[in-house]
Design a binder for this molecule. Structure first.
Ligand code: NAD
Length: 303
């Protein structure tokens, strides 16, 4: 039987409706809205399209949104000054610095300068530490892992006692999602294994997984025969494998995207599975909005 397809596009819609309803209620009761600033240094095309989508989503939700574009020549000192300005701006609850930054700027120094209470990306060491501790300590779970967990929970997959295998150990996906799935609490309580490039027998670990989360960035890495029948498969990988003519904009080419899992074959074995595109992808910005709303509530003392 074919797997249930976990649609990030649909789940995104539900979550955005929930956020919008809460934003409207807070605005009516307290006269405040979430404020989000995105600092974009330079004109990296991938960054521009991501930032454009962020702005569109924030505007749809009724956020106060600032797009702060800076020249690629901005000095590290001036960028730090800009962050300091937004750290002290009460109308701003979330600060986002779009990566990558130009080579003359130390990314770590910039990210660490963001007030942890406004770090809606969840990359500041204080928030990474809070995530590790878990429970009430967690403020801003990083957006892609938070989206993954939300998809698993909203699909009704049992996580407690489940064997969760995470392929990849990056700081933005693999490590945080592994950490989140092993915490005590709803949507977690899993037995977690993290596998990576030095793992001896990748297939053997994947075959044990009730929940298989793949974030390697290698198209088709996970073979259908590695999937346990009935497993929940979350494919985080987004790989450009070619180009095709755009249907929406005739005359233009668009990227052909593939995940890290052989979707067509895997969906005949898995119990539920995310497609690429339309799976984890739409969740990241959604969870960024959720974190920004949380930042507003924290700063205003709204439960
Ligand atoms: P990364 O390159 O930082 O990390 C990849 C990890 O996978 C590494 O830890 C590496 O050890 C592991 N890995 C790579 N090849 C492997 C192999 N052959 N066997 C076992 N392990 C292997 O990547 P990342 O930033 O974590 O992103 C992973 C993928 O997820 C990429 O395709 C990226 O585009 C995608 N991604 C998607 C979203 C989204 O949809 N919102 C967000 C972030 C990342």
């Amino acid at each position: 039987m074919s797997a249930k397809i976990i649609s990030g596009t649909e789940i995104r819609k539900q979550i955005l409706e929930e956020i919008k309803a809460e934003v409207t209620e807070i605005k009516e009761k307290h006269g405040i809205v979430p404020g989000l600033v995105t600092i974009l240094v330079g004109q990296n095309p991938a960054s521009i399209s991501y930032v454009t989508l962020k702005i569109k989503t924030a505007n749809q939700l009724g956020f106060h949104e600032i797009q702060d574009d800076q020249s690629p020549d901005i000095s590290e000192e001036d960028l730090l000054g800009l962050i300091d300005k937004y750290n002290n701006d009460d109308s701003i609850h979330g600060i986002l610095v779009q990566l990558p930054l130009p080579k003359h700027i130390d990314e770590k120094k910039i990210l660490n300068a963001i007030d942890p209470d406004k770090d809606v990306d969840g990359f500041h060491p204080v928030n990474v530490g809070r995530l590790m501790i878990g429970g009430d300590e967690v403020r801003f779970p990083p957006c892609t892992p938070a989206g993954i967990q939300e998809m698993i929970v909203r699909t009704g997959v049992e996580t407690s006692g489940a064997e969760a295998v995470v392929v990849g150990r990056s700081n933005i996906v693999g490590k945080p999602i592994a950490n989140m799935m092993l915490q005590k609490g709803p949507g977690a309580n899993s037995t977690v294994t993290v596998v990576h490039t030095r793992t001896k027998d990748l297939a053997a670990h994947c075959k044990r997984a009730d929940i298989l989360i793949v974030a390697a960035g290698v198209p088709g890495l996970v073979k259908p025969e590695w999937i346990k029948p009935g497993a929940c498969v979350i494919d985080v990988g987004v790989n450009r494998v070619g180009e095709k003519p755009s249907v929406k904009n005739p005359g233009r080419m668009v990227a052909i995207l593939r995940g890290d899992v052989d979707f067509d074959a895997a969906k005949e074995i898995a119990g539920s599975i995310t497609p690429v595109p339309g799976g984890v992808g739409p969740m990241t910005i959604t969870m960024l909005m959720k974190n920004t709303l949380k930042a507003l509530k924290m700063s205003a003392g709204i439960a």
